[in-house]
Design a binder for this molecule. Structure first.
Ligand SMILES: Cc1cc2nc3c(=O)[nH]c(=O)nc-3n(C[C@H](O)[C@H](O)[C@H](O)COP(=O)(O)OP(=O)(O)OC[C@H]3O[C@@H](n4cnc5c(N)ncnc54)[C@H](O)[C@@H]3O)c2cc1C
Ligand code: SF4
Length: 325
């Protein structure tokens, strides 16, 4: 890793001013970004440590649960407030990485983590995400972990974050600040499909910082969960995962939100498909119809076709659990 200058701003304003200077990277927990620097991805000569910033609060604000961008993944997962109002978020975090990594990783860093495609990290291979326009070896040599939804001829890498999938099902909003402006983006609009520019991960404005997330406190969110299928139970990304928030009235679905991970290039949710479940009992048939609709345009290859069965199994399992609770 090339030597870099570390900067330790004490305010968001000061951090944003540092990030204006070219060749500067924000470091939160460092569990992704320092790995990539060691692999020689970038030679960022200035690293802005965000650890002194005041973004560490979890609190009920109006109708939402607010979580600061620098709250660690472990703190979120163990928070009584989160467990009471958004259990899917806690479950998703606890099924990711390892305790040691979760103790360091932050909410903002988790949302902005880089993809885990093997070609992306093997710097002797071309990769459109790492080096725009260099090509995508995964298109002709896909692996079992690649995506079936949201793919493009330029990238088929799955989105890695478990937390973001839960946040999508929980209708989370990301708040951000730039030097002269600030804004809010729903998680459903936060990530970019790879299209022709897979190196662009999100719609967060250049040089801006995520300051936190806001999660609406709804009855469905209180009855939410996350299920992840993976090759081993620790240090492993999702082969397929599902987050859901469900409210039933007299045995019929009156509110439902379902997001998938491990199968798509971005955390995946389809509001129109969800609408087909409303006002019906949660039968096997209704759930299968919902999944068939989600997968109707899936980009299937012999290496990845198993993901449909995994997503179906995870979905049935999770919805049955939520319907009983
Ligand atoms: C061995 C291993 C296994 C893992 N397994 C899983 C898993 O199963 N599931 C899963 O979801 N994740 C997994 N991860 C990824 C892990 O969750 C992320 O590395 C972590 O969440 C990133 O958070 P961080 O605070 O360390 O981010 P950093 O590494 O500090 O930063 C990551 C990126 O976010 C940017 N950034 C950080 N904070 C902000 C902010 N506030 N605003 C704007 N940009 C910001 C940084 O500039 C950088 O580009 C794994 C990681 C490792 C190393
Ligand atoms: S799938 Fe995406 S990340 Fe993987 S090699 Fe292709 S462009 Fe790179």
């Amino acid at each position: 890793m090339a030597s870099s200058e570390w900067l330790f701003p004490r305010t968001t304003k000061a951090a944003l001013a540092e990030l204006e200077i070219p060749d500067t990277t924000a470091v939160a927990g460092g569990t992704t970004v320092l790995d990539l620097l060691k692999l020689g991805f970038s030679s960022s000569s200035r690293l802005v440590d965000l650890s002194r910033l005041d973004m560490r609060e979890i609190a009920v604000v109006g109708r939402n649960l607010h979580i600061g961008a620098m709250v660690t993944n472990s703190t979120v997962a163990r928070s009584d407030l989160v467990l009471q109002s958004h259990p899917a978020l806690s479950e998703a975090i606890l099924m990711g990485a390892s305790e040691q990594i979760r103790n360091a990783a932050s909410v903002g860093g988790n949302l902005m983590q880089a993809c885990r495609c093997s070609y992306f990290r093997a710097t002797d291979w071309p990769c459109n995400r790492r080096q725009p326009g260099s090509g995508c070896p995964a298109i002709s040599n896909p692996m079992a972990g690649h995506a079936v939804l949201g793919t493009s001829p330029h990238c088929i890498a799955t989105h890695p974050s478990d937390m973001a999938v839960a946040m999508l099902a929980l209708d989370a909003m990301v708040t951000w600040k730039g030097q002269d402006n600030e804004g809010v983006i729903s998680v459903s609009d936060f990530y970019r499909l790879p299209g022709k520019e897979p190196h662009l991960l999100s719609h967060l404005p250049e040089g801006a910082l995520i300051t936190g997330v806001e999660l609406p406190r709804t009855r469905a969110a209180r009855n939410s969960g996350y299920l992840k299928l993976r090759g081993r139970t620790s240090y492993e990304f999702a082969s397929a995962s599902v987050a859901a928030a469900l409210e039933l009235a007299c045995g019929e679905v009156c509110s439902v939100a379902i997001a998938f991970g491990g199968v798509a290039t971005v955390p995946w949710r389809d509001h129109e498909a969800e609408a087909t479940l409303l006002g019906r009992p949660l039968s096997t048939e209704a759930t299968n119809e919902f999944l068939d609709r989600i997968m109707v345009n899936a980009d299937l290859r012999s290496e990845t076709i198993h993901k449909i069965g995994l997503a179906r199994g995870a979905l049935h399992h999770l919805l049955e659990r939520l319907a009983r609770s």
